[in-house]
Design a protein around this ligand. Structure first.
Ligand SMILES: [Zn+2]
Length: 78
């Protein structure tokens, strides 16, 4: 288990593609509407995501036996 203290970005940072700036997290938090909503949290230089989403995207497979994740949660089909 990783015990990284990465704060979840505030929903208040969320923004749309048109308002998204460099150094803002590009993780799509919602695309249910007509336009995608991005996290908008502050990123570190050279990263497209805030630390919170970066760790989600780069989720490492836990030790042995686990398949490498793609970094996204795929809803299971019923
Ligand atoms: Zn983010």
């Amino acid at each position: 288990m990783l015990e990284t203290e990465v704060p979840e970005p505030s929903p208040r940072n969320r923004t749309t593609l048109l308002k998204l700036r460099a150094r803002q997290c590009r993780y799509v938090t919602s695309d249910s509407g007509s336009e995608a909503i991005f996290c908008g949290g502050q990123t570190k230089e050279g990263s497209s995501w805030c630390p919170w989403h970066r760790q989600l995207v780069y989720t490492k497979p836990s030790s042995s036996g686990a398949k490498p994740g793609r970094g996204f949660i795929v809803p299971k089909l019923a």
